[in-house]
Each structure stands twice: as structure tokens, then as C-alpha cells.
Ligand binder design. Structure first.
Ligand SMILES: Cc1cc2nc3c(=O)[nH]c(=O)nc-3n(C[C@H](O)[C@H](O)[C@H](O)COP(=O)(O)OP(=O)(O)OC[C@H]3O[C@@H](n4cnc5c(N)ncnc54)[C@H](O)[C@@H]3O)c2cc1C
Length: 373
């Protein structure tokens, strides 16, 4: 019977980044993936590597990733992950928008994030293609974007090179416990054994954890992204709006990748399959044209959807489960896990080998959801 030091369930960007960091510490690691590497949110997201407008608790994770990992990740992984650090503009037109942006700027500055409120002329200097109706923007020059698929596969490739085993098409059904300790995991046809188990299976972590009586409060939400035909390179910033009606950027190849929400997402009839709805792309497109009329003749060539794993406080769970020795959770990223994934990979690996993580993870403990006595 082969025994691993650590089994990770889920080969998204989070599972793959943790696997890479554990392999760097010379641990014997197995990653079990239900479908294909990166098939979940990790290959479907908008690629935003954003610190601005993060919740105050999560901001240190995002800043740590940007200050210490993203700029040199290409070299570490040996893959061009298309990381561009040209800033994030969050646009506003109205007085109500200005108030939202002022609050975002004040929150960021409290944590020493480089973040300013710009007026119309300053915004136009950075991105001349923006509508004349835009009057304000928050601007974080150290924000950026990267290619999510390449980043996920980059972590996977490097982890493989360092000796991590990956098995795809293997759906974990439950966690194995022997003598009150983690023993491994069980799939339909096989059992795999390890000293430690980490669930990094997005929303599905909830079902696997439930097999040992651990209740993770999360809901599943299907959201959409669309990509346009390519254009000459126009701007390199990540764009968002104070009203959160769309976000996106132009990729290295000239296509624009835009995402957004209609507000109807929780009420979609089907939260099981990755379907797209006929209303969503037009709704996102209308929002884009309000801010970038210059893009009016651009054709949308593809849309897709992916699931968010949303916790009640919209913060991730990066935690040991106190009640079960050697059982860990890395899930609940609530729609913003890509930007912090390099930090999560490093910090979770430290937690699992019982080294002091570079950042305090107390805000992300699983037991914060327990009823207070
Ligand atoms: C449309 C969209 C846009 C987004 N935009 C951004 C953005 O711009 N910036 C940002 O920071 N974040 C963004 N996100 C969020 C980001 O994509 C996620 O937070 C991040 O990818 C989470 O990675 P993960 O590895 O935890 O999850 P996933 O990529 O979902 O990986 C989980 C893996 O677990 C596997 N799995 C599930 N159940 C089992 C099982 N029983 N056994 C084995 N394997 C299993 C799945 O198949 C999957 O591969 C977006 C998400 C979506 C959907």
C-alpha cells in the first residue's frame, strides 16, 4: 500500500499551487482531480490580480502575492503566464460612484496600498479610450492581470517536475479516518492513503467534508465571462466599475476578456451544469459600452460560465480542522481566489508542515462559522 505525506483533492490553481509548494519542501504529494487539470473556476476566471477593493482581511494576502510572488512567477514556473502589472482603474460617473470609490481608496490606504482617487483628466491620461462621461476612478498602479489557464497549468507542470503525482478522472467521495486520525480518501473504486488531507475542491469540498461531519457553509454561484475578437493593443489596465457592472482587460493577443453579473445569478434555474444564459452577454456588453463606446463594433466570439464557492463573509477558508487531526481546508474563495492563489499555495504549505506562515491566517479559520457560545 503506497502512502503519501499529503493528498490534495482538486487540481485547480489552488490545489496545484499548494502541491508545488509542498513538493518544494520535499513532501510526497498526490493530487486527485475529478475531471481535468484546471477545469473549474481556475481556467474560467477573468484573470484579475487585484489588491484594490479587497476586503480588509483579505488584502494582506493579495498584497503578499503581488509584492513577493507574481512578478517572478514566470521564471519560477518556466511558463509565460502573461502577467501584466499596469494597474487597475475602477471607474465612476456619478456622485454615488465617487463615494464608493473614496471608501475603497480610504480602506486600501489604511493597509498602505498604493491607491488614489483620480479625476477625469488623470483617468484619460492613463486610458484615453474611456468615455467622456467617466468623472472619477480609483487607481492602483500595482494591480494587474494574468492568464489563468497558463498559471494553473504552470503550477501543475512544475509540481509534476518536482515529483508530485496527479490522477485525473478520479472523484473523491469521502475522507478516510482511522483511530480518530486522517488516513486518506476514498473514491468510487479506490482508496488512497496519506498522513494529511487538504480539500481544495472548490464548492465540492463541502460534500467531501460532510463525509466526516464537517459542515462548510458555502453556496454555489454560476457566473459568466466573454471574450471578443482581437483588436490592436489599446490598453493594459484591469478595468472595473464602482457599480460592479463589469470588469475585464485586453489580453496579450488583443482579445478583450470581460466578466460581469446581471444580478439574477442566484436565481438561475440550473446551478448544476456550466450553462450560459442568452441575457448575460448582452447585459455585460451594455455595461461595457456605457464606459467604452469605442468598442461598439467589436464582436463577442465566445462566452462561458464557471462556479463561485461563496462563504457567508466572502472570505476564504484556509485552515486546519481542529476536530480532526491533519485535515485541512482551502476553499470558499468567493470569486476572488485567482489573484491570491500564489500566496495561498505558499501559506497553506507552511501551515501543513507546521511552519509559521509568513502571514497570520486567523481571519480564515474554519471555526469562525461555528455558533458562538
Ligand atoms: C467566471 C469567473 C470569473 C472569475 N474572475 C476572477 C478574477 O478575475 N480574479 C480572481 O482573483 N478570481 C476570479 N474568479 C475566482 C477564481 O477563479 C477562483 O477563486 C479560483 O480559481 C479558485 O481555485 P480553486 O482551485 O479553489 O477552484 P477550482 O478551479 O474550481 O478547482 C477545484 C477543482 O476540484 C475538482 N473537484 C471538485 N470535486 C472534486 C472531487 N470530489 N474529487 C476530486 N476533485 C474534485 C474540480 O473538478 C476542480 O478542478 C473567478 C471565477 C469565475 C468562475
Amino acid at each position: 500500500m503506497k502512502k503519501y505525506d499529503v493528498i490534495i483533492v482538486g487540481a485547480g490553481v489552488i490545489g496545484s499551487a499548494i502541491a508545488y509548494n509542498l513538493a518544494e519542501k520535499n513532501l510526497k504529494v498526490l493530487v486527485l482531480e475529478k475531471e481535468e487539470i484546471g477545469i473549474g473556476g481556475s481556467s474560467r476566471n477573468g484573470g484579475g490580480v487585484r489588491q484594490s477593493a479587497r476586503k480588509i482581511e483579505e488584502l494582506p494576502l493579495a498584497m503578499y502575492a503581488v509584492n513577493n510572488i507574481w512578478p517572478t512567477l514566470d521564471q519560477k514556473l518556466g511558463v509565460n503566464i502573461e502577467y501584466h502589472q499596469e494597474g487597475n482603474l475602477r471607474l465612476g460617473k456619478t456622485e454615488a460612484h465617487r463615494k464608493i470609490l473614496e471608501k475603497i481608496v480610504a480602506e486600501g490606504k489604511k493597509q498602505s496600498l498604493e491607491l488614489d482617487l483620480l479625476d477625469k483628466d488623470e483617468v484619460k491620461k492613463i486610458c484615453p479610450y474611456i468615455s467622456d462621461e467617466v468623472k472619477y476612478a480609483s487607481y492602483c498602479p500595482t494591480d494587474g492581470h494574468a492568464n489563468p489557464m497558463k498559471t494553473t497549468l504552470g503550477y501543475y507542470k512544475k509540481a509534476l517536475e518536482l515529483g508530485v503525482s496527479f490522477i485525473t478522472g478520479e472523484e473523491v467521495e469521502s475522507v478516510l479516518i482511522e483511530k480518530a486520525k486522517i488516513a486518506g480518501v476514498k473514491t468510487k473504486d479506490n482508496s488512497y492513503y496519506s498522513s494529511k488531507v487538504i480539500l481544495a475542491a472548490g464548492y465540492e469540498s463541502k460534500y467531501i467534508a460532510a463525509s466526516v461531519g464537517v459542515n462548510i457553509p458555502m453556496r454555489k454561484l454560476l457566473v459568466e465571462v466573454m471574450v471578443t475578437e482581437p483588436r490592436e493593443l489599446m490598453f493594459d489596465q484591469m478595468i472595473g466599475t464602482a457599480g460592479s457592472d463589469f470588469y475585464g482587460h485586453q489580453s496579450e493577443h488583443g482579445s478583450f476578456v470581460f466578466g460581469g453579473m446581471t444580478g439574477n445569478e442566484p436565481y438561475k434555474f440550473d446551478q448544476k451544469r456550466r450553462v450560459t444564459l442568452e441575457r448575460t452577454a448582452p447585459s455585460i456588453s451594455r455595461a461595457i459600452l456605457n464606459y467604452f463606446p469605442v468598442l461598439k463594433d467589436l464582436n463577442v466570439i465566445r462566452t462561458w460560465s464557471g462556479f463561485l464557492d461563496q462563504t457567508p463573509d466572502h472570505l476564504p477558508i484556509l485552515s486546519k480542522v481542529e476536530a480532526i487531526d491533519n485535515f485541512y481546508l482551502a476553499c470558499g474563495f468567493s470569486g476572488h481566489g485567482f489573484g491570491i492563489s500564489p500566496a495561498v499555495g505558499e501559506l497553506m504549505a507552511d501551515l501543513v508542515v507546521e511552519e509559521e506562515p509568513a502571514l497570520d491566517l486567523a481571519n480564515f479559520k474554519y471555526d469562525r462559522f461555528h455558533p458562538k457560545s
